[in-house]
Design a protein around this ligand. Structure first.
Ligand code: MRU
Length: 350
């Protein structure tokens, strides 16, 4: 089993995803500021995993606080949440997790500092368990959509490493594989951070699921030749109308999939749906350091100081999306209605 993130007595432990697959190094963070920096620097990444790291970072900050009164703790809690909120803007799971921690704080505040501490730790650990459950449910529902023999293209990493375990898009692929379906995967390498080449390939190899790495610009070629039966990706934020923000390059894949009549599925927990955002164009897109493009694994591959653009995500309009597989069911067009119905459905993992 891949241990992406864990709460321990000595701090929050994360597998350093910047070093995979060459090295499997676990880092222990004892200070919430370091957890915030780990999210920003992509020690941990992937929307659901970012949410859990955010929650554990907040719990850690409060656990370590020297606040002598509940009023002091209020101020500390506010500045911890602000620091965590400033790390990465696109994945809504980060803000969803902060809101959840805020409501636990408000509920337990009247019972005193120790009660708040215990409740926040407990909440972050519960979120970890819930995420694995919700991914398994996404897998169970999503695998029904996969033919008994399927060549599946995926972009970025929406696997165990991007979640508390099992994965969303890779959860569907895992579930199909476990159901005895003959699946093989094309993994887009996903420049510039190489989540596909480094992380998706590593995970799938560990599970014995056949995987072929392709560079991002090869995806259209394989789809046009009839070598891809469906596409499955994760999401960082889904607007109320079903527009999907995901790793940069997803939009191009979706357009080419539609042109070639290939189903394009999105797999994400309901916590990735942001009903407050009416359309994808309002989703904030993170701009990352140009050096991530100038260099590959530290080696300069462009002229020094070349002007570079590095948006980390793009938005795929809902018309390219065949369905959104959530832990509460599969949403289909018209998404405004179907997503709202799933979000309001009770009995989900929240
Ligand atoms: O920049 P990253 O690696 O955090 O981006 C990750 C993605 O875009 C994933 O596809 C998305 O978060 C879904 S993860 C289940």
């Amino acid at each position: 089993m891949i241990r992406t993130i864990e709460w321990t007595d000595s701090g929050v432990v994360m597998l350093d995803q910047r070093l995979l697959p060459a090295q499997e190094v676990y880092l222990t963070f004892g200070d919430y500021r370091d957890v915030a920096e780990a999210i920003r620097a992509m020690v941990i990444r992937g929307a659901p995993a970012i949410g859990i790291a955010a929650a554990m970072g907040i719990a850690l900050g409060i656990k370590n606080s020297f606040a002598g009164s509940i009023e002091d703790l209020d101020a500390t809690f506010g500045s911890i949440c602000d620091a965590i909120a400033r790390t990465r803007p696109t994945a809504v799971n980060l803000f969803w997790a902060i809101e959840r921690m805020k409501s636990v704080y408000d509920r337990t505040r009247c019972h005193g500092i120790e009660a708040v501490r215990q409740a926040l730790i407990q909440e972050s650990v519960s979120m970890h368990c819930e995420d694995v459950r919700s991914n398994r449910e996404i897998g169970r529902l999503g695998q029904e959509l996969i033919p008994s023999e399927a060549r599946i293209l995926t972009h970025c990493n929406a696997g165990a490493l991007a979640t508390a375990g099992y994965g969303t898009a890779l959860g569907v692929i895992r579930a199909a594989h476990q159901a005895g379906k003959k699946v093989q995967v094309y993994a887009d390498e996903t420049r510039p951070f190489l989540q596909g080449a480094r992380l998706t390939a590593w995970e799938l190899q560990k599970d014995g699921i056949p995987v072929t790495i392709i560079t991002d610009n090869m995806a259209g070629h394989f789809m046009q030749r009839g070598d891809v039966d469906c596409v499955i990706v994760g999401a960082d934020r889904i607007a109320a109308n079903g527009d999907v923000a995901n790793k940069i390059g997803t939009y191009s894949v979706a357009v080419i999939a539609k042109e070639n009549k290939i189903p394009f599925w999105v797999a994400a927990p309901i916590s990735t749906v942001d009903l407050k955002i009416p359309e994808g164009r309002f989703i904030p897109i993170e701009q990352r350091n140009p050096d991530e493009v100038r260099r590959i694994q530290g080696v300069l591959v462009t002229p020094e100081n070349a002007t570079v653009a590095n948006p980390a995500f793009d938005v795929t309009p809902n018309r390219y999306v065949s369905g959104i597989i959530t832990d509460r069911g599969i949403a289909r067009s018209p998404y405004r209605e179907s997503l709202r119905a799933l979000a309001e459905k009770s009995g989900g993992p929240e």
